[in-house]
Ligand binder design. Structure first.
Ligand SMILES: C[S@@+](CC[C@H](N)C(=O)[O-])C[C@H]1O[C@@H](n2cnc3c(N)ncnc32)[C@H](O)[C@@H]1O
Length: 418
């Protein structure tokens, strides 16, 4: 059999993912004792291929046929012992809802709500608190395919059952409705630039957060979107055009060499990370301990720190910076933030979970910044794993807190008027 490195890697990652389940199947079925000439590792690979690979376990070799005999027994054991839940951590096998962000540069929330009602969707009453919101989207009330609810924090975000797909819907196809996980939307929500300000998105492609920033700025002011990767940059340009972002200037370059410093008041830094927070990407303890992964983490963390330090030092009018990753590893998150704070005394952190009311998952304990950061945890928050820290210039802190409180008051007033 010809097998390339990538295929082999995918097979092994799948074995790691299901390892705990296979441990139980092997033990309960006594397969190793019964098939006493077989190598344990090979048995794990064969079981994974037979039970969970797209194409099943192929071939008629003696040891393959021996494993195939156990399929029904394994299925029964899985069911009886509810083994699926062992297959991952809080980052895998989580049934996330589907989040659609209304692109307010092309339409309004009201127009989309009207369209959805015409399509026989039923809007559930928006809960008052985040805890009630989570309870609702995890409950049976949220099971039917035709129900949805408006997000409790980000008003332009509509939350649907995981089975809902809008491939046929005009608004989805023309860019008025954008699929974007809530955790990813929180970055622009927390940066919260006012219209007419100057904003720099340092690692912008493919432009999801850039387009959200433009929507928050109502297409007014200046939005610099920088990315060094040519292909991703090209995709971003197409996407921003499609989403009718008009206040953006795009730059295909390294953010460390971006030349326009003077007016930048807000920065979003969302660098390339390990992606270990993304639900469905294979992630488990065995793969995390892998030496290559640890080395990769170290390299990524160094790059993050370099970009973050550069941003905090180089922009004289910078008031606020959001640092975000879709990593679940503290090396890329809290450790980078602590280091940046230790050498950038002019900045401090805002308490993210005070702004995102009711959010309970903070940074992992053990770091100076832990209490001020926000972690999105798939099994709790029903989003991808995500990390956010908000830096503010120290002497502006009071002004910023007043602004936050005012924003929250405005939201409450708007809600009451409805
Ligand atoms: C996580 S992705 C950004 C996703 C984007 N913020 C969004 O919401 O669509 C990270 C991006 O950073 C870019 N990048 C990494 N290092 C960079 C650097 N030094 N300068 C500019 N772009 C960089 C990568 O090319 C990649 O497109």
């Amino acid at each position: 059999m010809v097998i390339n490195k990538l295929t082999l890697n995918a097979v092994l990652m799948n074995v790691f993912k299901w390892e705990k389940v296979i441990d139980v199947l092997v033990e309960k079925s006594n397969i190793l004792e019964k098939e006493n000439n077989m190598d344990r590792d090979l048995v794990y690979v064969f079981i994974t291929e037979m039970m969970w690979s797209k194409f099943g376990l192929k071939g008629n070799a003696k040891n393959i046929l021996a494993i195939k005999k156990y399929k029904n027994e394994f299925l029964k054991l899985m069911k009886e012992n509810d083994l699926e839940k062992l297959s991952g951590s809080k980052y895998t096998k989580v049934l996330k809802p589907r989040f659609f962000r209304v692109n307010t540069l092309m339409t309004t929330i009201e127009e989309i709500l009207e369209k959805l009602l015409k399509l026989k969707f039923k809007k559930l009453e928006s809960p008052k608190s985040y805890a009630e919101f989570l309870e609702l989207i995890k409950s049976d009330k949220f099971k039917p395919k035709n129900v949805f609810v408006q997000d409790v924090h980000i008003k332009e975000l509509l939350v649907f059952n995981s089975k809902v797909k809008f491939y046929e819907l005009e608004e989805y196809n023309n860019g008025s409705l954008i699929v974007q996980d809530k955790a990813s939307c929180l970055a622009a929500y927390l940066l919260n630039p006012e219209p007419n300000s100057t904003v720099l998105d340092m690692c912008a492609a493919p432009g999801m957060k850039t387009s959200h920033l433009a929507a928050i700025m109502q297409n007014k002011g200046k939005l610099y979107a920088v990315d060094r990767c040519k292909d991703r940059f090209n995709t971003m340009q197409k996407m921003l055009e499609r989403y009718m972002v008009q206040n953006v200037e795009t730059f295909n370059m390294d953010a460390l060499t971006f030349p326009y410093y003077d007016d930048v008041k807000y920065i979003l830094l969302d660098p390339s990370c390990s992606g270990s927070g993304i639900v469905d990407r294979v992630r488990n303890d065995s793969s995390q301990q892998n030496q290559n992964f640890q080395m990769r983490l170290k390299k990524l963390a160094n790059v993050h720190a370099q970009l973050l330090n550069h941003a905090l030092k180089s922009y004289p009018k910078l008031e606020r910076l959001v640092y975000s990753t879709c990593s679940a590893n503290h090396e890329e998150n809290e450790a980078v933030v602590d280091e940046a704070l230790s050498v950038n005394g002019k900045f401090k952190l805002l308490d993210c979970t005070k702004i995102v009311k009711g959010w309970t998952n903070k940074g992992v304990p053990g770091f100076d910044c832990s209490e001020m950061c926000l972690n999105a945890v798939p099994s709790d928050d029903c989003t991808n794993g995500f990390f956010i820290a908000v830096f503010v210039r120290r002497d502006l802190e009071e002004k910023v807190v007043v602004k936050e409180e005012k924003n929250i008051e405005d939201i409450v007033v708007k809600e009451e008027k409805r």
